[in-house]
Design a protein around this ligand. Structure first.
Ligand SMILES: O=C(O)CCC(=O)C(=O)O
Ligand SMILES: [Fe+2]
Length: 536
């Protein structure tokens, strides 16, 4: 997967970065304020019109047909339609002027502030479907705004309460999105939850509610049919779909072949090539906090203080936690301070753009493989950035200051359910060097990744390595470091990794990708072609 700075200025979506969503809250307050004043004002004017209407009604009603014959009545009629009318005229005029003004203001405001559009609503629905599925959240609770974490993910806070719940209409909308995403089992669950709620929402005979119930029944019936059909023809799981292991229809479920299916057990397939489907299962399990490595491996991992790389750390050794020995993945705790992390966010924030990916034919598109926004920072943009680069160099013994030695810092902010599907950071896998630019051939592949977590994430958002069976939980100020290439410069496919969807909170990371060629003095080749680096 190739990433780059965006080249076209498309409209920025909102759901892929929490930073952009925050701005939206402020904008909503502004609009509500203006509308509130407008509504109060028009109500005031409408009251005036209403009192005119009421007064005239009584006058008209008390009169017989011959009213204009009476000179006083004639006078009153004319007064009503002249002097009295002035007030109504003024009120109507004021309302219409004001409403045109407010209308124009709101429209311009919405455009300037990049208000959400239907693609954002779709994105948000997708995110909810994905979160519920990945973290196996209780759907009923979720629809009431309560997020209950799976047992193995519980750290400090285990339940998150929102202030509001979803309506049956919302659940129907989300269910339909689950269906189009191929999550047939989940679509059915969403629709069933919607039915439950719609039943309760009904008080009295409400026409539109009946319509909704009807639509839910129809959708549910066809979702079940499709579910069972897909399961029958394609099996319970593929890259683009998921069903239950057994059909929903009890008659079909009695088939003997589904009785075997039911007992299907997960056996981790570590340190080897995984099919896309297998990788996805590993990804999800690791995201939800499952430990899938055997004790034999886990018992070899240590936490240690180290000064070995550089005397720079004699007074304050690096606090290294080994996450995996092969591939060598470590967490360096407190690599930057909380205020340094905040500063990096502050520097990146104004420059955030939707993550882009290069397609096979070379054009850049907005990424659905990675739902986040990214910004690039150069060393000279702030003294702190240079300082952190120096620290990285000392910590891992690689050169990272010059453009030929390492890339600029990439600051990333994930949005609602934001994730990054498994990939390798090294990207020069093509044996034909012609496909790479002269610059890329000159600097070489990404030998190592130094990723600093700039925020804590209340729930979800881990970095997981499906083949190595590793889960790294974000911790503000900690840095994850791993080698993408082995000592002979060949890509280590066991470093495939991805970012789990953010379930609750705000995730910010900073990536520093270090390039191979300039490290020829600091990271020398091994004796064996598959020898790996073990630093720090
Ligand atoms: O955000 C993460 O946890 C991983 C990010 C990542 O893998 C990348 O940016 O290449
Ligand atoms: Fe990565």
């Amino acid at each position: 997967i190739r990433e780059s700075q965006p080249i076209s200025s498309q409209r920025e979506d909102l759901f892929s970065s929490t930073s952009k969503l925050e701005d939206l809250v402020e904008s909503e307050v502004q609009i509500v304020d203006v509308l509130d004043t407008f509504a109060d004002y028009t109500l005031e004017k409408a009251k005036l019109i209403k009192s005119y209407v009421e007064a005239q009604k009584t006058l008209i009603n008390t009169q017989g047909k011959k009213l204009v014959a009476h000179p006083v009545e004639a006078y009153l009629l004319i007064r009503r339609l002249t002097a009295d009318w002035e007030d109504v005229h003024g009120a109507l005029h004021a309302i219409s002027n004001y409403s045109v003004g407010v209308f124009n203001w709101v429209e311009t405001y919405r455009q300037n502030r990049n208000f959400p559009q239907s693609e954002d609503l779709t994105g948000a629905a997708h995110a909810i479907v994905r979160l519920q599925d990945t973290y196996r959240l209780n759907m009923k609770s979720l629809s009431e705004g309560i997020i209950q974490l799976p047992k193995q993910m519980m750290l400090h806070n285990t339940v998150f309460h929102g202030k509001n719940g979803l309506t049956a209409q919302d659940l129907l909308f989300i269910g339909k999105h689950a269906f189009t995403q191929g999550l047939y089992n989940r679509a059915i669950q969403w629709l069933q939850t919607a039915e439950g709620i719609a039943g309760k929402e009904i008080n009295g005979t409400n026409g539109s509610q009946n319509e909704l119930l009807e639509e839910l029944h129809t959708s549910l019936r066809s979702a079940i049919e499709v579910h069972d059909d897909i399961l029958e023809r394609q099996g319970p799981r593929g890259i683009t779909w998921k069903t239950n292991p057994v059909p929903i229809n009890p008659e079909l479920a009695r088939d003997a072949k589904y009785q075997i299916n039911r007992k299907e057990m997960f056996v981790p397939a570590l340190f080897r090539r995984q099919s896309q489907e297998e990788e996805f299962v590993h990804f999800e399990r690791l995201c939800a906090g499952e430990e899938i490595r055997p004790d034999k491996i886990l018992s070899t991992l240590k936490c240690r203080l180290t000064t070995v790389i550089s005397p720079y750390f004699v007074l304050s050794p690096l606090r290294v936690e080994e996450a995996s020995l092969s591939p060598h993945i470590v967490i360096i705790h407190d690599f930057v301070t909380a205020s340094q992390a905040d500063r990096l966010i502050e520097l990146g924030k104004p420059k955030l753009r939707a993550s882009m990916h290069q397609t096979v034919n070379g054009t850049f598109i907005k990424s659905y493989i990675r739902t986040s926004k990214t910004a690039w920072l150069k060393d000279h943009e702030d003294p702190l950035v240079t300082k952190i680069t120096k620290k990285i160099e000392q910590a891992v013994g690689l050169k990272a200051s010059l453009p030929k030695e390492a890339e600029d810092y990439q600051i990333a902010n994930y949005g609602l359910g934001g994730l990054y599907v498994p990939h390798t950071d090294h990207l020069m896998n093509n044996p034909n060097p012609e496909v790479y630019t002269a610059w890329e051939r000159f600097v070489g592949d990404r030998i190592a990744t130094m990723m600093i977590y700039l925020s804590n994430v209340e729930a979800g958002g881990a970095t997981v390595f499906p083949r190595a069976g590793v889960t790294l939980w974000p911790k503000k100020g900690a840095a994850a470091f791993w080698w993408n290439l082995d000592r002979s410069g060949v890509g280590d496919e066991n470093t495939r990794h991805g970012a789990c969807p953010v379930l609750y909170g705000d995730k910010w990371v900073s990536n520093k990708w270090i390039r191979l060629n300039e490290q020829f003095l600091s990271a020398t080749c091994g004796l064996h072609p598959l020898e790996k680096f073990q630093i720090p």
